[in-house]
Design a protein around this ligand. Structure first.
Ligand code: FAD
Length: 401
């Protein structure tokens, strides 16, 4: 039984709905989508039709307005079945979140109802040839014209870029990082599929070229100059949260597959599950999945209560859940032996998908440096209570109240 603490009745029911949708409509087809490198349109219509693309869109604009834990559960159950579908939830929700938070009323009224129904699919376009982990390398430019802006530049690795109708795209306007809503139909935008990606192969990646791409004046989202520090940072924060929960599902899928296989496969006159070294891998998977889930729940509760510590908790959750998922997927392949490397079982897909999770939305190394930096800050803050007394003692002074 998976460890899930303190879910409300509504959250439990939502999780069961997500699980049953994923079990019936995603998991049986995920290997095929992975091989074909795309999600079929009829699936997208069914997924959107059930309201999953509008999960975090405010109800006033036709969305489900789910709380952070419920949104996490959607990502967990979807990610358990297929990381490409979960990637769609991630990037689409990042765009919806940015429009909700930073858009003006006209932009909200225009985009949110379409994003809620999946009438428009959103993608997040930040990465460039020279701007990966270091987003300050952003080189795409925007220039004002009489009736809007002209954009030039290159974007790389854009999840669902092939399918998106609108891109939350970042460029420098007079040198200042600025967020734009670029429509696929805007003249001067060229979309090229990216083939042969290691994992999340059905997430329809594309590279984008902007060549004097013309966008209207109301395409700017938020204030010019706040594109990276506010709009992108905030969207990526949600993206990390979504990926972390997705990796809980991915680890759970590795555990489920490994338990099944270790039960049926016999070697040396015993089931694999009876070999202690296999049990070690199963135990690590079960423990890691539970711990990841708890870290994600912690991040969710903090977000729900508006606590600023939710940001730090999300870093912890993403770091732990993604590294755990990769280890779980590697062990799942190990337990399946040669069959784990073939196409008959999903574990090789899990392994490829899990590696991607350690790179996107802030790589493992960036999380390590961020978390370590934050640990030092906390340490300094807590030390400061004792520092004056310690210093006074060291100086041989009386410092008593
Ligand atoms: C499947 C997939 C989907 C993606 N989807 C999107 C998308 O939808 N939108 C989008 O904008 N981008 C997307 N990306 C791009 C992704 O965000 C970047 O790959 C990521 O930001 C890392 O950038 P990079 O690949 O240029 O690696 P680099 O930044 O060049 O880093 C390479 C390596 O060096 C390490 N490194 C870099 N800096 C440091 C440092 N200071 N300290 C320690 N180590 C460091 C990194 O951790 C990494 O291991 C996607 C990528 C993939 C693979």
């Amino acid at each position: 039984m998976a460890t899930r603490v303190q879910l409300s009745r509504a959250q439990t029911e939502a999780r069961e709905t997500y699980e049953s949708f994923a079990r019936d409509h995603i998991a049986p087809f995920a290997n095929d989508w992975d091989l074909k490198g795309e999600l079929p349109e009829d699936f997208l219509a069914a997924f959107a039709g059930d309201g999953h693309l509008g999960a975090i869109v405010p109800a006033a604009y036709g969305g489900r307005e789910t709380d952070p834990i419920t949104f996490g559960l959607l990502n967990e159950e979807t990610g358990r079945a297929c990381s490409s579908v979960r990637s769609l939830v991630t990037v689409h929700s990042m765009v919806a979140h940015a429009v909700t938070r930073w858009g003006n009323e006209r932009q909200r009224a225009r985009w949110l109802p379409r994003l809620a129904t999946g009438g428009s699919v959103g993608a997040f376009a930040l990465t460039e040839p020279g701007a990966g982990s270091d987003v300050q390398g952003l080189a795409a430019t925007a220039r004002r014209t009489d009736d809007g802006f002209v954009l030039n530049g290159e974007k790389r690795w854009i999840t669902f870029g092939r399918r998106a109708d609108v891109y939350l795209l970042f460029a420098r306007l007079e040198g200042r990082p600025t967020a734009f809503l670029v429509e696929r139909r805007n003249p001067g935008l060229d979309v090229r599929p990216v083939e042969g990606v290691l994992g999340t192969r059905a997430s329809m990646l594309a590279d984008l070229s902007l060549t004097d791409c013309r966008v209207p004046a109301d395409a700017v989202l938020g204030r010019p100059g706040f594109g990276l520090a506010a709009v992108a940072a905030d969207a990526l924060e949600l993206g990390r949260y979504s990926v972390a929960w997705g990796c809980v599902g991915l680890s759970q899928a590795c555990l489920d597959a490994s338990l099944d296989y270790a039960e049926q496969r016999q070697q040396f006159g015993a089931r694999l599950r009876d070999h202690q070294l296999v049990q070690r891998m199963l135990a690590d998977m079960a423990t890691g999945t539970s711990a990841s889930r708890l870290l994600c729940q912690q991040a969710g509760w903090l977000r729900a209560s508006g606590d600023q510590q939710g940001v730090h908790a999300t870093w912890l959750a993403k770091y732990f859940a993604t590294t755990t998922a990769f280890r779980a997927a590697s062990d799942a392949v190990q337990i399946h032996g040669a069959r784990g490397c073939g196409g008959e079982y999903p574990v090789q897909r899990y392994l490829r998908d899990a590696k991607v999770m350690e790179i996107i939305e802030g790589s493992t190394e960036l999380q390590q440096t961020t978390i370590a930096g934050s640990a030092y800050q906390n340490h300094a803050a807590s030390s400061s209570f004792t520092a004056p007394a310690a210093m006074a003692e060291a100086a041989g002074q009386e410092a008593r109240t």
